[in-house]
Design a protein around this ligand. Structure first.
Ligand SMILES: [Zn+2]
Length: 260
């Protein structure tokens, strides 16, 4: 356990009503409603603020038919964080709901797995089944930041700061990474889309948007090895996160949850 520990906040910014069959590879025999939430995550402590993912804009929500609740930068302000001053942003992967909104974070270095950039700009994007959750302007925006010298490429496991590390999982996309954080309650893993819902990892039922099913299932096991306990793994899109963890203040009910 690292001597440096951090606070972590899940910030919910959008929502999508859908059926369970959209959330499991091979569908779901009951196929009832199973809505999906969209988050960014703020890690704070030891004089640092690290944001995990940047979310999508209201315009993108309209294009994709998602309900936009509020701009992530506005929610960060409610937590006392100024998006314009954040210096480190981890991009877990390049799907439209995790990257973009670049103009909100003008000071940030963007931390990405090199394998994810290869994936998003390589031959697999010729197939709709792989490129469907990417937005070309987000990917081009990332390429522009590479040429501005603002992208920090990571290869595999990498320590960002004492108590914060990145771990290449793959599976959902070729270069998906998760973030492991030292907290007062032990090692916590922000799974992002290594597990959209608790039910994906708990039941070993992969999500249907997938680069490699084998890597995705291995990822469930790897995260259990990285986290203090299975309860210390926070899925990337599960509405249960807002129920299982408390709001940091009464006014932030439904907007943010404190995870540490
Ligand atoms: Zn996602």
């Amino acid at each position: 356990m690292s001597a440096d520990t951090y606070e972590i906040y899940a910030v919910r910014y959008a929502r999508h009503d859908r059926k369970a069959s959209e959330n499991f590879y091979g569908g779901d025999p009951h196929d009832g409603p199973m809505p999906l939430d969209y988050f960014v995550w703020l890690i704070r402590g030891n004089g640092r603020e690290v944001l995990v993912d940047t979310g999508f804009s209201r315009a993108m929500a309209a294009k994709r038919g998602r309900d936009h609740l509020r701009c992530p930068a506005q929610s960060l302000r409610l937590l006392g964080a100024d998006a314009a001053k954040i210096r480190d942003v981890v991009i877990t992967h390049l799907h439209y709901d995790h990257v973009g909104n670049f103009e909100l974070f003008p000071e940030a270095a963007l931390h990405l797995q090199e394998r994810e950039m290869h994936y998003a700009t390589g031959r697999h994007m010729c197939s709709e089944c792989f490129r469907g959750a990417f937005e070309v302007e987000d990917v081009v925006g990332m390429v522009r930041r590479v040429y501005e010298g603002r992208v920090r490429f990571h290869q595999g496991d990498s320590e960002l700061f004492p108590g914060i590390s990145l771990h290449l999982i793959g599976g959902h996309t070729m270069g998906l990474q998760v973030v492991r954080v030292a907290t007062r309650g032990g090692w916590l893993v922000l799974a992002s889309d290594a597990s959209h819902f608790y039910a994906n990892m708990d039941g070993e039922r992969p999500f249907p948007i997938v680069w490699s099913v084998a890597e995705m299932v291995d990822g469930y096991r790897r995260m259990r090895g990285l986290a203090e306990s299975p309860a210390h793994i926070v899925p990337g899109h599960d509405p249960l996160v807002m129920e299982r963890y408390p709001a940091p203040a009464p006014a932030l009910q439904g907007i943010a949850a404190r995870l540490d």
